[in-house]
Design a protein around this ligand. Sequence first.
Ligand code: SAM
Length: 261
Amino acid sequence: MNDTLFGTVYLVGAGPGDPDLLTVKAQRLISNCDAIVYDSLVPNEILSLVKASCECIFVGKRRNKHSVPQPKTNELLLELVKSFKCIVRLKGGDPFVFGRGGEEAAYLSGKGVSVEVVPGVTSGIAASAYMGIPLTHRLCGSSVTFVTGHEGFNKKIPSVNWKELAKSSDSIVIYMGVHNLRYIVEQLLINGLNPLMPVAVIQQATVKGQRYLKSTLAEIVGQVEKEKFESPAIVIVGSVVNYQVSECAPTPSNVTMPISF
Ligand SMILES: C[S@@+](CC[C@H](N)C(=O)[O-])C[C@H]1O[C@@H](n2cnc3c(N)ncnc32)[C@H](O)[C@@H]1O
């Protein structure tokens, strides 16, 4: 271990917005850290837990626009461990689910920095819970896949194998899928999914501004466009959507989250 790197970076999951979904460990670290580097999908109510002397740095990303490029964020974290003991790298949801946590952990670890991951409630799990939709069900959902929708039409070789997914996963939970929904639905239909397969779209799942749409694969794109659904949203495809128990869904928190991503 390099002596000049005396701090530890905690890659902390902030959960999906509702501050009540923070883990006890995340809350303790946020309240005690010396510096915090945070992303877009973190409400002020969570950031306000930091102590007055904490150095707060925003490195949030917007869709198609990285306000701070990833290499710069990596370098920033490396700089911070030279001056601070406890650094929280706070990410929405879980840091290892579509959050580039793996890249940051590998970079820091490769430089000899002490780094620790603190898992958070990922938005795919939270969105289903806040709608009362079980992601698995003994009658129709024996498998579930988490997938990014933020790729496809402009990639030469898409890294999501929609063909195999359509055949193999009962429930499909799509992150960052709203802007690319037409392409995704097209892929699922041409690869054999039933046009009547139920689909749920959940925007701002756990906070003020929560919106919900239930439809079918055949109809969902038109409805999402008509009702102007936006990021951040989770799309759930699968028969499990029909097993919704709305009565068990928690009330969304009154906090607001940034909507552009
Ligand atoms: C870059 S990914 C980050 C995922 C995050 N690491 C997680 O575990 O939830 C951003 C996407 O997560 C989803 N997301 C995050 N927060 C959400 C929320 N409160 N409601 C619905 N979707 C959310 C959206 O699909 C959004 O486009």
